[in-house]
Write a new protein. Structure first.
Length: 271
């Protein structure tokens, strides 16, 4: 086919994330890490939050369809879209739908990676390192995920598994959501009873978010204020930084590279 002669560029990689209104620089750092790891590839960043794009208009942030259109026009023969989402919920599904749409007309070979906590081995590795990093002998831990509005969404299997595994690792681990299933507003009474029974004097709040933005900051303050008044609450730490970011967990980044390398290996060498 004559059109194939226009696809002569090499590999491209897109890191697709939600973005952050207050900590977008953390995703920019991830982009720089990827560019250093894959120096021979055209590495881009795509953001799904229109609010983030609107705030950082001067930084030319783009959506996944915009970035894919550019790479297709440039004639890249292989494109991997890396899912920088923790759970395979709505944003990840939108990523898959976009890739499937471009597959209908592009002669580029475009594939997507799974979400970070989607493969069981990846989930086990990340959750184990997270728990071992934040655990303290005298502390209980409340893992808080954002949630999804529809229980039928396939992403809930990853959420349920993560909750179950963490709670089986230790009786000091608890779970709730901000907006989805098991919302704190409904489980707080039971949680407070558990803390009182265990005579817990301290509880760490652990956001199951790659980057904690305003949404979590505001909600975590509300959650902290409604926990047992005899319990001290604080946000868990991965490192010495005062902000909690799962992108600072080494296993999170290692898992992302593993997912990317796996998809490029499946595509095979350029011929």
């Amino acid at each position: 086919m004559k059109r194939q002669r226009h696809y002569q560029q090499g590999r491209a990689l897109i890191l697709c994330c939600f973005g952050s209104v207050v900590a977008q620089e953390r995703y920019q750092q991830l982009l720089q890490q990827a560019q250093a790891r894959y120096p021979d590839y055209d590495v881009r960043l795509a953001v799904s939050s229109r609010m983030v794009i609107k705030k950082y208009q001067g930084d030319t942030l783009q959506t996944l369809p915009q970035v894919l259109a550019q790479l297709d026009a440039n004639g890249h023969r292989q494109i991997v879209v890396a899912s920088v989402y923790l759970f395979p919920t709505a944003e990840h599904q939108q990523l898959l739908d976009t890739v499937a749409g471009f597959y209908q007309f592009s002669l580029s070979r475009i594939v997507a990676t799974p979400a970070l906590l989607q493969p069981v081995n990846s989930a086990n590795a990340i959750l184990t390192e997270l728990y071992n990093t934040i655990r303290q002998p005298d502390s209980h831990n409340l893992f808080i995920h954002h949630g999804a509005p529809d229980l039928a969404h396939s992403g809930y299997s990853a959420i349920w598994y993560s909750q179950q595994l963490l709670e089986q690792m230790s009786a000091q681990n608890h779970s709730c959501s901000l907006e989805g299933a098991n919302p704190f507003s409904l489980v707080k009474q039971h949680l407070n009873q558990q803390l009182q029974t265990a005579k817990a004097s301290k509880i760490q709040l652990v956001p199951m978010l790659l980057v904690s933005g305003n949404h979590f900051v505001n909600d975590v303050q509300k959650i902290a204020s409604e926990l047992d008044e005899n319990t001290t609450t604080e946000v868990a730490k991965i490192n010495d930084d005062n902000t909690f970011c799962l992108l600072d967990l080494p296993q999170t980044i290692q898992t992302l590279w593993k997912h990317i390398d796996t998809e490029f290996n499946k595509l095979g060498e350029l011929t």
